[in-house]
Design a protein around this ligand. Structure first.
Ligand code: ZN
Ligand code: ZN
Length: 363
């Protein structure tokens, strides 16, 4: 047996004993979890917003399903077809576990892998037991694990499971951030702050951080935002549209990265984007939004969105090793794995606790 944080039904999570995972397929590994962290999406699971997880949890009764899709593991057992890893290796586990052979995997859309034991590429802590446990079964290990390099704290590497690939691929790369450009980031939660750090590596001229929480804005400022705007005090669109422009260009930002996931913030992006700019929607949108296509069409605006493919992890790892990217300022709290329930409470109450990333250690 082992201990794990399980989801039982909407509003109910429990740290309890469950059976230790076993190898089920030749491409699996079993790892001892060293570190794991709570994600904004784990809060959605907790409140019962994910139908397939609710269904599984209900089927499992009081056993529930183990949550968590971000972690660092030490490999304990490997399946016979695992080529890249051996027992003892310490690895980052990506939130996406792609089969590598289906149409989606072969076409750079691992998020929608159909070769997994689930409905997409993201099944850990969603459709199979996840990382908030003493041990975890990782499917398709060769396609979703990365050996931890020496000399970089594991806490920092843990941030490459999800928030950095998410913010980098969907925000910075899809948003076409480049040297000398201007970037607005709306929503300075963990993913927005990660977007700020990974955008900075590409040396844009201006980064405007927008959030309703002054504490988060102070963090953004410390991490290198050129301007921080709280819409309670300053109209962000008005502020952006009045910034000086270069090269005879019209007003607006080259890239608007939406990390809040609401119709209001998506509209804000549409209202502050420059001609030929890109709106990169990272935030999970759960309600319909209005699209001002009659205006944006004439501006050659690009709009991107979607679920992370986690195909940039090696590239991010190189940036971290080279010292260009340091994820560590996003880690605000540490707990033992056995305190997982407390960690969830604190993370949910981030307005008061000011939690950004909460690291759980399996001692
Ligand atoms: Zn996550
Ligand atoms: Zn696949």
């Amino acid at each position: 047996m082992m201990k794990a944080l399980t989801y039982l039904k909407p509003g109910l999570i429990r740290y309890q004993s469950v059976a230790k995972p076993k190898l089920l397929k030749s491409t699996d590994i079993i790892g001892k979890t060293l570190l794991t962290t709570v994600c904004g999406s784990d809060l959605h699971f907790w409140e019962g917003a994910i139908p397939e997880t609710n269904e599984l949890a209900e089927k499992n009764g009081s056993r529930g399903i183990v949550l968590g899709h971000e972690g660092i593991v030490r490999v304990e057992q490997v399946g016979s077809d695992v080529k890249k890893f051996k027992p003892g290796d310490v690895c980052i586990v990506s939130c996406i576990t792609p089969c590598g052979t289906c149409w989606y995997c072969k076409n750079g859309c691992e998020a929608h892998c159909i070769g997994n034991d689930g409905t997409s590429g993201i099944i850990l802590g969603h459709e199979i037991d996840g990382m908030h446990a003493e041990y975890v079964r990782v499917p398709f290990a060769d396609n979703c694990m990365y050996k931890c390099p020496e000399g970089v704290p594991l806490d920092s590497l843990l941030m490459l499971s999800d928030i950095f690939p998410t913010s980098y691929e969907l925000g910075v790369l899809d948003g076409r951030v480049k040297e000398g450009s201007s970037v607005a980031i709306i929503g300075m939660g963990p993913v927005g702050l990660a977007a700020l750090l990974s955008a900075k590596v590409l040396k844009p001229d201006t980064i405007i951080a927008i959030d309703l929480d002054d504490t988060r804005l102070a963090v953004a400022k410390k991490l290198g935002a050129t301007y921080t705007i709280n819409p309670k005090n300053t109209d962000p669109v008005d502020f952006v549209m009045k910034l000086p422009t270069k090269d005879g260009r019209g007003p607006g930002v080259d890239t608007a990265i939406e990390c809040a996931g609401s119709p209001v913030t998506f509209k804000m992006c549409q209202d502050m984007i420059a001609t030929n700019g890109t709106i990169a929607n990272v935030g999970i949108q759960t309600k319909p939004s209005r699209l001002d296509i009659e205006r944006l069409w004439f501006m050659n605006v690009k709009i991107t969105m979607g679920v992370v493919n986690a195909s940039s992890t090696s590239q991010l790892l190189k940036q971290v090793v080279a010292g260009e990217l340091d994820p560590s300022p996003l880690i605000t709290h540490h707990f033992k794995l056995s305190e997982a329930e407390k960690a969830y409470e604190l993370f949910r109450d981030s307005a008061n606790s000011h939690a950004i990333k909460v690291v759980l250690t399996n001692e």
